[in-house]
Design a protein around this ligand. Structure first.
Ligand code: FE2
Ligand code: FE2
Ligand code: FE2
Ligand code: FE2
Length: 428
């Protein structure tokens, strides 16, 4: 893995995150991609190019990122629904200070804000970005178009409610662009094609992704935040796993580059959890069998998603195998012994170490003696690797310190984002 990635790799990662969000229910499948398709084509019709297209594309792919629960996602499928700004504010709070997503965050914040003729509607003291109005319209076009039936038959059903709200809800310039694009079959049918992601990739203009090669670690850290904050049970878990796995890899003699890959794999190992509704992740009682299987599926999603980003190198396999166990009792492949990569075993140890030592809202983490007893037993019974356990035993205090610091930092970050979220909501 290169620790720096290209703009196209960044696009691939964003597309992966976008796809993960849409796995939460068949009812929202491909919503982000379709919205992105419409947004980019509307923007082009309005004469926007280069940097504008990139920002509209990336923000459209991520726009409902703050809609954590299944219910909230399903609410957004109504043409008009209550408090649309809740998920917009949360999306903004998650992305706002990430260098390469800062403009996208502002666009997402206002993606349900109505256009006003006086042009002075502002959010957080700033004028609503033009791209927010484009995204708002594209999103509603995607919703009105829905899933079923022959698209050309439904075009008037889509245009009617939008024309009726031109200049009151939707920006007139954007509506004009829609009417201009509406007579092209490609505008409608292209959004429904299976290759829409490939088509969107062609729209990325690398010249305008100003930062040049992008450092992968902060991108992965942002993703981890989005994975973790969906459940307060595990709000800092991925950060802990990333740091522990990196330190373990270093003690085990991994190359510097592979240590970095390990950290990124740690951040992303539970990516597939984005496909699990928070109603299940946050359930207070026991999960029923169906729910339990749904949780286990997260690792299959992780693999399918990460495989789309070859730049992650070994990290793909390490993350995909983090629930495999040497004695074959793991999942999803039930691989055994040497079938499981050594890096995957390191990540598995980091995952279990974090899980047993971290505090959760419903229980305290276990202390040193208990943790070592537990990990020792799991090693003896063939779940975890003995060489790696020896390193844990020899360096327990250091690993504990690393975990505590990573989780405290992550918790502080979480708190400040939630504060920002509360403040932004008051704005609307
Ligand atoms: Fe939305
Ligand atoms: Fe949406
Ligand atoms: Fe996991
Ligand atoms: Fe995990």
């Amino acid at each position: 893995m290169d620790s720096q990635i290209s703009p196209i790799a960044l696009f691939n990662l964003v597309a992966v995150l976008s796809k993960a969000m849409d796995l939460v229910s068949p009812l929202v499948v491909d919503h982000h991609k379709r919205t992105a398709w419409f947004a980019v084509h509307l923007a082009e019709e309005m004469g926007l190019r280069g940097k504008w297209i990139n920002e509209i594309l990336f923000s459209a792919l991520l726009h409902d990122i703050g809609a954590f629960s299944l219910q909230e996602r399903l609410d957004t499928l109504q043409f008009e629904f209550e408090n649309p700004h809740h998920h917009a504010c949360l999306g903004y709070s998650l992305l706002k200070d990430v260098e390469f997503f800062s403009q996208e965050a502002k666009i997402i914040l206002a993606h349900h804000t109505w256009w006003k003729p006086e042009h002075d509607n502002d959010v957080g003291g700033e004028r609503v970005p033009l791209a927010s109005h484009v995204l708002h319209l594209a999103d509603r076009v995607a919703i009105l178009l829905g899933e079923d039936g022959h698209v050309p038959d439904r075009i008037e059903e889509v245009l009617g409610p939008i024309k009726a709200r031109k200049g009151t809800v939707f920006m007139p310039r954007a509506v004009d662009a829609l009417l201009g694009a509406a007579h092209k079959e490609e505008f409608w049918l292209g959004a429904m094609q299976p290759d829409v992601e490939d088509q969107l990739r062609l729209k990325v203009d690398p010249r305008f992704l100003e930062m040049g090669p992008i450092d992968l670690e902060p991108v992965a850290r942002t993703f981890a935040r989005i994975i973790d904050y969906r459940s307060h049970f595990t709000a800092t878990h991925s950060a802990a796993v990333a740091y522990i796995a990196e330190v373990l890899a270093r003690y085990l003699g991994f190359s510097e580059n592979n240590c970095k890959t390990m950290k990124v794999a740690g951040y992303l190992h539970d990516l597939g959890k984005i496909a699990i509704p928070t109603e299940i992740l946050e359930k207070a009682g026991r999960l029923d069998t169906g729910e339990y299987h749904r949780v286990q599926d997260h690792v299959v999603h992780t693999r399918n998603l990460l495989e789309k980003v070859p730049e992650l190198g070994y990290g793909i396999r390490w993350a995909s195998e983090h629930h495999e166990r040497l004695n074959g009792s793991g999942y999803p492949e039930h691989s055994e012994g040497g079938e499981i990569a050594f890096g995957s075993r390191v990540l598995a140890m980091a995952d279990v170490f974090a899980a047993v030592t971290e505090d959760r809202p419903y229980r305290k983490g276990v202390d040193r003696a208990k943790a070592l007893r537990l990990l020792g037993r799991l090693t003896k019974e063939g779940y975890l690797d003995s060489e790696i356990f020896q390193v844990v035993k020899d360096n327990f205090d250091e690993l504990s310190r690393v975990r505590t610091t990573a989780q405290a930092d992550s918790l502080e970050d979480h708190r400040s984002r939630m504060e920002c979220f509360e403040e932004m909501q008051v704005e609307f």
